[in-house]
Design a protein around this ligand. Structure first.
Ligand code: GLN
Length: 276
């Protein structure tokens, strides 16, 4: 009989995996394989990891190395104060979009019964963040993908939010003649054929959530054109866009009759949100 190897500990597995991938990703994936959160790992780094959890972790590491986004492997992504379910039917919510939420909240009084809309809600990120921060508002969340809407609805239910209504369709189309105090959208804005679509995490995200026409502006054009008929006087349209689309988005907003047109930057100092 040979002496068996010692059972690998949390620390040993993390060290091993960190040689192959981003250490933060390794932590998230090991915590996921163990059914724990990341903080648990710090307090248990000498704990042995049982063979079944080791196999789950090895599989997650291999899939991550092959390019699958951590958010899809875990099925979760933090956004604002939410821990959202996400899957291949939805874009993975990003920090840039939290900036859009902040800009929206700057424009929304706290205690008013506001009407708000989120066009292309995906996982529900924007709609749910607004609904949490403005509990007296009613938020209409629209998406053209039934699969995405199912995810968004589940996220709203998990967050206990009853002030979000979901609609299937393109942009304003399912909202009939309703008007809003603020309409927000993080629409697809990458140009079709952009080489970035074939790289990194983007390869795994739904093309419908990313790309929009030859210059990436098809969705934004449709939204901007239809927006004036759906806004109350003094209402706001906030659109996330590509870092090089600021001037084009401002021109579209002006052409549609918006007067207080501006661009806000993201945390990296790049043009990111068009407002009018
Ligand atoms: N509104 C969602 C988000 O911000 C989805 C956006 C999209 O699919 N383009 O994450």
């Amino acid at each position: 009989m040979t002496r068996s190897d010692p059972i690998p500990t949390v620390r040993a597995l993390l060290d091993q995996a960190s040689a192959q991938l981003d250490p933060a990703d390794a932590q998230l994936l090991l915590a996921h394989a163990l059914g724990r959160d990341r903080a648990w790992l710090y307090a248990h780094d000498r704990d042995p990891v049982d063979p079944a959890a080791r196999r789950r972790f090895a599989d997650l590491v291999a899939r991550r190395r092959a390019g699958e986004p951590v958010a899809y492997l875990r099925g979760r992504q933090g956004f604002w104060s939410l821990d959202l379910a996400v899957g291949p039917a939805t874009l993975i919510p990003r920090p840039e979009t939290e900036r859009l939420v902040e800009l929206a909240l700057d424009r929304l009084p706290c205690d008013a019964p506001l009407a708000l809309a989120d066009l292309g809600t995906g996982s529900g990120a924007i709609a749910l963040a607004l609904a949490i921060e403005r509990p007296r508002a009613r938020v209409d969340a629209v998406d053209a993908s039934d699969a995405a809407l199912a995810v968004a609805r589940a996220n709203a239910a998990a967050a206990g939010l009853a002030n979000v209504a979901f609609h299937h369709g393109h942009w304003f189309e399912p909202l009939a003649r309703r008007r809003y105090h603020l309409v927000a959208s993080n629409p697809p804005y990458v140009a079709e054929g952009d080489p970035h679509l074939g790289q990194g995490d983007l390869r795994h995200e739904p093309p419908i959530a990313l790309a929009s026409g030859p210059d990436g502006l098809d969705a934004i054009r449709s939204i901007v054109r239809a927006a004036p008929a759906h806004l109350h006087p003094g209402g706001w349209l906030l659109l996330e866009h590509g870092h090089d689309q600021g001037p084009a988005v401002r021109a579209l907003l002006r052409d549609a009759g918006f007067d207080a047109v501006a661009t806000a930057r993201d945390l990296e100092g790049r043009d990111r949100v068009g407002m009018g």
